[in-house]
Ligand binder design. Structure first.
Ligand code: SF4
Ligand code: SF4
Ligand code: FES
Length: 266
């Protein structure tokens, strides 16, 4: 087993090579409070991090559950999740393609202000062509724009990166909703929703990546677990459908922040 040394949120830890930042964080006995929703499946977008590697001048964004540990990494979780202003619209009024351009312009007038800086593309941990989506949406190419956004996990890193306050993540959500309201829903989605309504949603806790492995020989050098006042989360019994906070038994944690993250996941 090869171990690498890195720093996450001020905690110097040894992480097993080949594991994710999130797995290394958990293996070091550090608390899961905010910044974690889907527990490593890469779909909730909550575990945003800034990563700086040795000899790199600029930090990069990523998801802690999809970024592998490297020697000398410096990592910080990012606690941003909000769009800059709410964009209100009636979902039932999105279904007419004749006025798609007008509706997008009415709801997101800032979309036409893209300065093509590429900041959103650079920030996106999913490799989405965010700038292209914004520009397609701004000219009413709803379907093409929505297709680019299929893999979006709503992490909001593009929102934080955009100097024009365009909120690309939420513009992408709008065009996907418009497309959905103008087309037949996929049958597998409809079947899944019926399963959810019937309380038949299942999560396979044994599938790869569902739960991070917790190593017994976790090596924490500077983690101040005394002052963090945290009882290690019982990952075996974690209930992914409810809040991480409820299962982590954290006594002195930032519960408010964690609740926000969990609302986003649900
Ligand atoms: S498009 Fe924006 S919100 Fe979606 S995954 Fe990329 S950075 Fe996150
Ligand atoms: S960050 Fe904003 S302004 Fe820059 S390319 Fe993306 S959408 Fe356009
Ligand atoms: S915990 Fe990383 S995306 Fe959900």
């Amino acid at each position: 087993m090869t171990m690498v040394r890195l720093v996450i949120d001020g905690h110097a830890i040894n992480g097993e090579s080949g594991t994710s930042l999130l797995q290394a964080w958990v293996a070091a006995g550090l608390p899961l409070v905010g910044n974690v929703g889907c527990m490593g499946q890469g779909v909730c977008g909550a575990c945003r991090v800034l990563v700086r590697r040795p000899n790199e001048r600029l930090a990069q964004t990523g998801l802690a559950c999809e970024t592998l540990v490297e020697e000398g990494m410096q990592v910080a979780f990012i606690n941003i999740s909000r769009q800059r202003r709410p964009h209100s619209y009636d979902l039932h009024a999105l279904g007419d393609s004749w006025d798609a351009i007008a509706r997008i312009d009415e709801i997101f007038p800032e979309a036409t202000r893209c300065r093509h800086c590429g900041g959103c593309d650079a920030a996106c941990p999913k490799g989405i062509e965010v700038e292209k989506m914004v520009n397609l949406a701004a000219v009413g190419q709803t379907l093409a724009a929505a297709e680019l956004f299929d893999d979006c996990v709503q992490c909001n890193l593009c929102v934080a990166a955009c100097p024009e306050h365009i909120d690309p993540a939420h513009l992408g959500q709008l065009v996907r909703r418009m497309t959905a309201s103008m087309t037949l829903r996929p049958s597998d989605l409809i079947m899944r929703l019926h399963e959810l309504e019937a309380g038949e949603q299942t999560i396979d806790l044994d599938s790869p990546g569902t739960l991070p492995q917790v190593s017994d020989d976790a090596d924490v050098e500077t983690a101040d677990l005394e002052t963090a006042d945290v009882e290690t989360a019982d990952l075996e019994t974690a209930d992914l459908e409810t809040a991480v906070v409820e299962t982590a038994e954290i006594e002195n944690a930032d519960v408010e922040n964690a609740q926000i993250e969990n609302e986003e996941v649900q």
